[in-house]
Design a binder for this molecule. Structure first.
Ligand code: NDP
Length: 327
């Protein structure tokens, strides 16, 4: 028997509660995992509250991330006792996820716990941090190097934003953080931001082209903010877009693309091939200061994750929530 958050639907409304399940209830899969930690990402917030149709079938155990130990495996790559992590692949959306003490899934989706990270640290990073690294890697592939120009990070007090700031600052980039919580400026400067600006500067309708202010952008919010971030990017700069916390719309013109030659890199974390995942996690182990990660992280227990999902969507959570599924 084990504890899990279970989502059900009644009259079109999602209900979430901690339930005791039998191992026989677990879905099909060739690896069974004793979960140590999971996390709460924006998408988990959407799943648990039912605010967006993230979950495709009910009952569902949410949790797009997990870290734990292999208990049983018929997959060639994994043996009992191996420490593993999982991000994405539709887990917590179409396949039971990590907000539970046990999980059973395809061994093809797992990667080893990155060397140098504990299970708790890996989940403090979670999909949010791994996506932040995918954004940083996209800017690097574009050829942007520290010293070339400033990097804007939007949604700075969120999970993706905080880890993006910490990683970029450690690599020597000058980071401008934009936030709706300007009172958290000291925290953002502590993560390594050089400058903090109010998101009100960017989140309303803007002009097709505006004064050039940054060479690269990690955008977690979409909508007018993304449009204005593009319109203020230097000639030949790049924008990595991964999120929609402000909105899914993109009310922009082609001007920054055809007159300034900027590039918009779309970032998806769910279906990223294994090699790039391993690369991103290796970089996170090397390029993220553990003390800054700890400063971003708050730990909660499994049952607290349900209420925290609403707080997260309301923009009331700072940084990352790591979930001890055994507490
Ligand atoms: P968080 O909830 O931790 O952070 C989102 C942040 O966005 C908030 O903290 C807030 O920052 C800002 N924000 C919230 N509402 C608004 C608004 N109306 N207008 C402008 N800014 C707003 O989420 P995550 O960091 O975990 O995720 C960020 C986004 O990235 C989400 O949309 C998520 O779905 C997406 N994502 C996408 C992935 C992918 O594969 N493409 C993977 C992971 C995440 P502040 O208070 O500083 O303004």
């Amino acid at each position: 028997m084990f504890n899990a958050i279970v989502l059900t639907q009644e009259e079109g409304k999602t209900q979430a509660q901690v339930q005791v399940l039998d191992e026989a209830d677990l879905p099909a899969g060739d690896v069974t995992i004793r979960v140590a930690y999971s996390t709460l990402n924006y998408k988990d917030g959407l799943a648990i509250t039912g605010k967006a149709p993230v979950v495709r079938s009910f009952p569902m155990v949410p949790g797009i991330d997990l870290a734990g130990v292999v208990e049983a495996s018929s997959h060639a790559d994994w043996r009992p006792g191996d420490t593993v992590i999982l991000n994405g692949w539709g887990v917590g959306e179409r396949h039971w996820g990590g907000l539970a003490q046990k999980a059973r899934l395809s061994g093809d989706w797992l990667i080893p716990l990155p060397q140098g990270l504990t299970s708790r640290q890996a989940m403090a990073i979670g999909t949010a941090g791994y996506t932040a690294m995918l954004c940083v890697m996209a800017l690097e592939r574009h050829g942007i190097r520290p010293g070339d120009g400033d990097i804007l990070v939007t949604g700075a007090n969120g999970g993706v934003g905080g880890i993006a700031i910490a990683v970029l600052a450690k690599k020597g980039y000058r980071v401008i953080a934009t936030t709706g919580r300007i009172m958290e400026s000291a925290y953002l400067l502590g993560l390594g931001a050089a400058e903090v600006i109010d998101r009100a500067e960017l989140n309303g309708p803007g002009k097709p082209l505006m004064k050039e202010r940054w060479l690269g952008v990690v955008d977690t919010v979409g909508s007018h903010t993304l449009a204005n971030a593009c319109a203020s990017t230097y000639y030949n700069g790049a924008v990595a877009a991964c999120g929609l916390a402000q909105g899914m719309d993109f009310p922009a013109t082609v001007a920054p693309f055809i007159l300034r030659g900027i590039t918009l890199h779309g970032i998806d974390s769910v279906m990223v091939p294994r090699e790039r995942r391993l690369q991103a996690w290796g970089r996170l182990a090397a390029d993220l200061d553990p003390q800054r990660l700890e400063a971003i992280t708050r730990e909660i227990g499994l049952s607290q994750a349900i209420a925290a999902a609403t707080d997260l969507l309301n923009g009331e959570v700072r940084g990352r929530l790591v979930v001890d599924v055994n507490a």
